[in-house]
Write a protein that binds this ligand. Structure first.
Ligand SMILES: NC(=O)c1ccc[n+]([C@@H]2O[C@H](COP(=O)([O-])OP(=O)(O)OC[C@H]3O[C@@H](n4cnc5c(N)ncnc54)[C@H](O)[C@@H]3O)[C@@H](O)[C@H]2O)c1
Ligand SMILES: O=C(O)C[C@H](O)C(=O)O
Length: 341
């Protein structure tokens, strides 16, 4: 009898704690565009598990009712709704605090991310036009490739609509950081959970520049050859997955994880949690390029501070100089597309 009373009291307390932590965190609506895809589905799952999300809006051109019905049965805070097709896009976006975009086609072996431009540029443009109309104040996390061009496209669409706020637009490069951490921990033989590695530049091939000289915990065990190999593996991480999937797409599960990490950081920033720092491809004056990935401090209105690069090794300085040409031409390609179409 005493045991069962104790058990029910502790259950009651646990329920109260759950309730009070949910109610202490403000209402936040997150919309995922491309939610029925390879990234979209596991990302929807992970955002449904995030206690900071009160409303989860799942939009795609097909199949979202099934995904939404499935995810909605999970007993966590977020209320889930599915939306399909152009007619429902406005409602999907209305009131969103954060819009995450993994809509578009993925690579097949032999393709570069830039080969996706033709299809994905138009998709991103259409979705951003709707964001400007229905939730102009939302933070936008761009996952669709080529990120080096889709972020500038989004910026131009928002500028045309008169809603552009450079603090609210992010290219998601978190997967590069996730990979750099994993590969570094393996080579340096340190526990991966405590590892941090900034990755700067952009999100394609040599434009991905991991700064292993700033990795923590520092390791003296890595040779120049090790650092070259780690850099190359991080730059080619996406291709490694594309080839292993042999025509069935690109990274989806690790990307969903990375997207959920970055989305969570954005929500924490919006909620006023201090010292939230992640790498992201944003409008930048860190180099002469108009967009650049570097560490960014997140706050109540999005980007609070675009942080500098810190001290670079000779290898990293060389990498920085050689990425600028390709990154600038991808940025300009995006801007031109958005201005001319
Ligand atoms: N930033 C990164 O690090 C990173 C990592 C992995 C993949 N990606 C990119 O993410 C994108 C999606 O990859 P995936 O594997 O999920 O592809 P996928 O084909 O599995 O899913 C894409 C989804 O987008 C939907 N879609 C297409 N047009 C749409 C539109 N107009 N509105 C809404 N939804 C639309 C499709 O119906 C599909 O469900 C690709 O461009 C890929 O290259 C980026
Ligand atoms: O490599 C790709 O095409 C997908 C993504 O950009 C990745 O880095 O995995």
């Amino acid at each position: 009898m005493r045991m069962s009373l104790l058990r029910s009291a502790s259950q009651h307390l646990r329920r109260r704690r759950d309730y009070s932590s949910a109610s202490a965190s403000p209402e936040r609506k997150v919309a995922i565009l491309g939610a029925a895809g390879g990234i979209g589905q596991p990302l929807a799952l992970l955002m449904k598990l995030n206690p900071l999300v009160s409303s989860l809006s799942l939009y795609d051109i097909a199949a979202t009712p099934g995904v939404a019905a499935d995810v909605s049965h999970i007993n966590t805070r977020a209320l889930v709704k599915g939306f399909v097709g152009d007619d429902q896009l406005g409602e999907a976006l209305e009131g969103a605090d954060l819009v995450i975009i993994p809509a578009g086609v993925p690579r097949k072996p032999g393709m570069t991310r830039d080969d996706l431009f033709k299809i994905n540029a138009g998709i991103v443009k259409g979705l951003c036009t709707a964001i400007a109309r229905h939730c102009p104040n939302a933070l936008v996390n761009m996952i669709s490739n080529p990120v080096n061009s889709t972020v500038p496209i989004a910026a131009e669409v928002f500028k045309k609509a008169g809603t552009y706020d450079e603090k609210k637009l992010f290219g998601v490069t978190t997967l590069d950081v996730v990979r750099a951490k994993t590969f570094y921990a393996g080579k340096a033989n340190v526990p991966v959970t405590g590892v941090n590695v900034p990755v700067v530049g952009g999100h394609a091939g040599i434009t991905i520049l991991p700064l292993f000289s700033q990795a923590t915990p520092a390791s003296n065990a890595l040779s120049h050859e090790d650092l070259l190999a780690l850099t190359k593996r991080t730059q080619d991480g996406g291709t490694e997955v594309v080839e292993a999937k042999a025509g069935k797409g690109s990274a989806t599960l690790s990307m969903a994880y990375a997207g959920a990490v970055f989305g969570d950081a954005c929500l924490k920033g919006l909620n006023g949690v201090p010292d939230i720092v992640e790498c992201s491809f944003v409008q930048s004056t860190v180099t002469e390029l108009p967009f650049f990935a570097s560490k960014v401090r997140l706050g109540k209105s999005g980007v609070e501070e675009v942080m500098g690069l810190g001290e670079l090794s000779a290898l990293e300085k060389e990498g920085l100089e050689s990425l600028k040409g390709e990154l600038l031409s991808s940025i300009e390609k995006g801007v031109k597309f958005a201005q001319e179409s």
